[in-house]
Write a protein that binds this ligand. Structure first.
Ligand code: ADP
Length: 458
């Protein structure tokens, strides 16, 4: 650091000298002092006092320095000779003024400067006047008066301080940046899904501050996602446990009843029919579970690729409704079906939309059976088709509503053999593929509404 400070000082001096020699031209006090000393020395040497001797001498010097006018004046103010030709005498007052004002004269701008020197010859005082315009002087001049080398320390100290301060500031700046980067680096090294993330505090708005903010949000996002994955994994494990139980229970029943029939251990024809009915019911239930299991593996391996075509949505919904009318026949359900009479056409993948609607209606029947109500509404609104499925069952609490569309999410994850928690995730996926939306609003035990919005045109 010391070396670079010394180097800087040398560069500063070198460049000051070079630039001054290029742009700061003209006479300075040293030069004028030299000229006056030489002139006075020649005058004294040649004992030149009269016009005869002084005129050629001053003319000669004037020819070397045409910007300077020389005057040789007696103590009374009479000009013996002036290189400018102006022989107007000075009065004593003026001479006094000139010599008194000599230092101040130096700072004058666009005014003639006069330097006055006293020369004594044969005990008679004479004055040598050098007149020149201020614009032929250098534009600036700096002097150091050095009497002893001790003064060097006085100069060196402020110079060192002035060069050291920026260095120290930049070192401090460098270290503070380095420290912040180091903190960031340490925090990044510590990002670990097993542990809590380290939240860094850096309120500055510079690049490192922004980087820290990015790190904070990234670390929190990672943790959030890890938590989500863990939750997802837990649900999946629970699902598998439930599934094996849900499959085994009906299977045991089926085996039991089948054994009874095979061994002819039934009482009468009625009992035989009852056993067969149970076997059929349980088999259908298993079939449904296996169908859902298939959906899961499909969702894992295949990405749904919709085949869009123009379809009559009202016709499609009417057909689905007809199926459910048969199913619910005799179950004391209040059916509220409202499908526009006009044909509503939209560009959709009919098979996928049917799958989604059947999922929603199945849920409304399964989870809303306490309400004994099923509402299906189809509306055409400008460039959209709205399909609403409504029930009046147990409903979904507000805090659960955002999650029910997640895979494997079940409001009541206990084993009740109702589903695997993937139906609504498929509905969501299908709606998104159609650039539509699916929303739920629910007031438990009052009404639960699933509303699917689909754009008519692609
Ligand atoms: P599954 O029905 O296989 O459990 P879904 O993804 O279809 O999975 O539904 C997720 C959860 O949302 C269900 O477990 C259920 O608790 C809740 N749910 C869905 N539809 C309704 C509804 N109409 N009324 C009450 N709860 C519902």
């Amino acid at each position: 650091m010391l070396l670079s400070v010394i180097g800087s000082i040398q560069i500063f001096i070198l460049f000051s000298v070079i630039t001054a020699s290029i742009w700061n031209k003209g006479y300075d006090l040293n030069k004028l002092g030299e000229i006056s000393q030489q002139t006075i020395a020649t005058i004294t040497q040649q004992k030149a006092v009269d016009i005869k001797e002084i005129q050629p001498l001053l003319d000669h010097i004037h020819s070397s320095h045409p910007a300077i006018d020389f005057e040789w004046v007696t103590s009374e103010g009479t000009k013996i000779y002036a290189t400018s030709g102006d022989l107007q005498p000075y009065d004593f007052q003026r001479l006094l003024e000139l010599s008194v004002n000599m230092p101040q004269n130096l700072w004058a701008q666009n005014e003639p400067l006069t330097f006055i020197y006293k020369v004594t010859h044969n005990h008679m005082p004479y004055y040598l006047l050098m007149r020149l315009n201020s614009d032929v002087m250098k534009q600036g001049q700096v002097y150091f008066f050095i009497r002893s080398s001790t003064v060097l320390f006085l100069l060196l100290f402020p110079l060192l301080v002035s060069f050291l301060v920026p260095y120290l500031l930049s070192i401090w700046f460098f270290f503070s940046i380095n420290r912040r980067i180091q903190t960031l680096n340490d925090a990044l090294n510590q990002v670990n899904i097993q542990r809590d993330v380290l939240v860094l505090k850096d309120d500055s708005t510079d690049e490192i501050g922004q980087l820290t903010q990015h790190y904070n949000s990234m670390a929190q996002r990672i943790q959030h996602q890890v938590a989500e994955i863990e939750q997802f994994e837990n649900r999946r494990t629970q699902l598998l446990a439930n599934l094996s139980h849900d499959l085994r229970t009906p299977l045991t029943m089926i085996l039991g009843y089948a054994e009874t029939i095979r061994n002819g251990l039934y009482k009468d024809e009625k009992a035989l029919q009852a056993s067969a009915k149970i076997i059929l019911q349980r088999s259908r239930y298993m079939d449904r579970l296996l169908e859902q299991l298939l959906d899961i593996s499909r969702q894992n391996t295949e990405t749904l690729t919709p085949q869009f075509a123009t379809h009559n949505v009202s016709e499609m919904v009417r057909k689905i409704v007809a199926d459910y009318l048969l199913l619910l026949d005799g179950q004391h359900y209040l059916l509220d079906i409202d499908i526009a009479d006009d044909d509503v056409e939209a560009v959709i993948d009919a098979a996928l939309i049917e799958r989604a609607l059947r999922n929603l209606i199945d849920n409304a029947i399964r989870y809303g059976k306490a309400g004994h109500y099923l509402g299906i509404l189809l509306e055409e609104r400008q460039s959209e088709v709205w399909i609403t499925i409504k029930d009046k069952g147990t409903g979904i609490a507000l805090e659960e509503q955002a999650q029910i569309f997640e895979r494997f999410y079940r409001v009541n994850p206990g084993r009740n053999g109702e589903g695997l928690g993937i139906g609504l995730s498929i509905v969501k996926e299908i709606t998104t593929l159609h650039q539509g939306t699916i929303q739920v609003t629910s007031i438990p035990h009052e009404e639960t509404i699933f509303r699917m919005q689909l754009p008519k045109i692609r």
